[in-house]
Design a binder for this molecule. Structure first.
Ligand SMILES: *Cc1c(COP(=O)(O)O)cnc(C)c1O
Length: 372
């Protein structure tokens, strides 16, 4: 007979999911209640307020989408982009390529601004693209590129879009609660994220926020949003306002308990303290890796503390090292993605997994496997 599944206890130091705290796992096991139960409606209101806190926004339309980060990306594009639009899309890694795919599937044109994988988005190229395409009404970029470990300057990029009267979509899946992200102050119109990176919650939920200007664009659309499930005008009836909730879909009730608990943990620690913790442990990890003779792939000023790209030394078998780390040390680190496969490892220090024990564990394990 098939038996119940009991996974081993791994240490998750890859690009996500990250380690989930026992407190969050405990919340998942609480009794399921109805998704229109008045107590669940109260919980939804708490979750919205806590999401506003982590996104640093007053946007009323700040909600968790009941699907992974990729659905957050899709929700941003299908709601803001109409057929015939021109969108400037920045690509400096894997996720910018997915944005292009989303724009084109909306029947719009993507004007690509390309930068080397491992560099941030170049604001000058974005300005040039707006000059060459004055019809562009939207800019899209990835704040924290998980495929390369690079931070782009979200504030400067958003200001350029504003100067050209365009709205801004920022992918903040890996950024949220790991590095500073000021949705309102920086002028980001739509930011989406995922629960399994620095929030250290279970995968499968996509926090998202829409500015009043983004909501106005959605409300003035001439064509229906192509996706029924992700149409914000319909979702707003379920998650929005204080009025009675209209049934749209069944929220993943227990996963929402977990998100609520994970957000409480961020609020208790404080955002500033969380950013400082990520920076501190990143500094220790980098010092240790360099002492072992390993080299970082990204210039210091653009490095993400929560996602550390390391060059794989000549002659080292990438897959073999990761296999040994997993089997002998129960430690997961990330492989290179796309064109960086086999060339880099990605070591995550995300949320609950970002602590001194994990830094030491990772350095010890890698040192043992590499014989350094
Ligand atoms: C992980 C990630 C996504 C996709 O999130 P899923 O939850 O895997 O769908 C999108 N963008 C970035 C930058 C990511 O790191």
């Amino acid at each position: 007979m098939t038996k119940s599944f009991y996974p081993p206890v791994r240490t998750l130091m890859g690009p996500g999911p990250s380690d989930v705290s026992p407190r969050v796992l405990g919340a998942l096991a609480r009794p399921t209640i109805g998704h229109l139960d008045p107590l669940f409606v109260d919980l939804m209101d708490d979750v919205k307020r806590l999401l506003q806190y982590v996104f640093q926004t007053d946007n009323a339309l700040t909600i968790p989408i009941s699907a992974p980060g990729s659905a957050g990306m899709e929700a941003a594009f299908v709601n803001l982009v109409s057929p015939g639009d021109t969108v400037i899309v920045c690509q400096n890694g894997v996720f910018g390529g997915r944005m292009k795919e989303n724009v084109e599937r909306c029947g719009a044109t993507a004007v690509m601004v390309q930068d080397r994988w491992g560099d941030p988005v170049d604001p000058n190229k974005v300005s040039e693209a707006f000059k060459a395409h004055p019809e562009a009404n939207l800019l899209a970029f990835v704040h924290a590129e998980t495929s390369t470990g690079v931070r782009s300057d979200a504030q400067t990029l958003s200001q350029i879009a504003k100067q050209h009267g365009a709205l801004v979509i920022a992918d903040t899946v890996t950024a949220l609660t790991g590095i500073d992200l000021q949705v309102d102050n920086w002028g980001i119109d739509v930011a989406y994220s995922g629960t399994q990176k620095c929030l250290s919650c279970v995968p499968g939920i996509a926090p998202i926020t829409f500015s009043p200007a983004a909501v106005a664009r959605i409300e003035s659309r001439a064509t229906k949003v192509q996706s029924w499930f992700l149409d914000m005008q319909l979702v707003m009836g379920y998650w929005g306002g204080n009025s009675k909730r209209a049934y749209h879909h069944t929220a993943p009730v227990n996963a929402m308990y977990a998100l609520h608990e994970a957000l409480l943990m961020v609020e208790e620690e404080g955002l500033e303290q969380a950013f400082a913790r990520h920076q501190r442990h990143h500094n220790s990890l980098v010092a240790g890796l360099e002492a072992m003779g390993l080299a970082m792939a990204v210039a210091p000023e653009y490095r993400l503390p929560q996602l550390n790209s390391v060059l794989i030394p000549e002659g080292v078998d990438d897959a073999q090292v990761r296999k040994q780390l997993l089997e002998a040390f129960n430690l997961e680190i990330g492989a290179g993605l796309g064109e960086l496969a086999g060339k880099q490892w990605r070591i995550g220090l995300m949320g609950y997994a970002c602590n001194d024990v994990n830094v030491t564990r990772c350095l010890t394990a890698l040192g043992a496997v590499l014989g350094r």
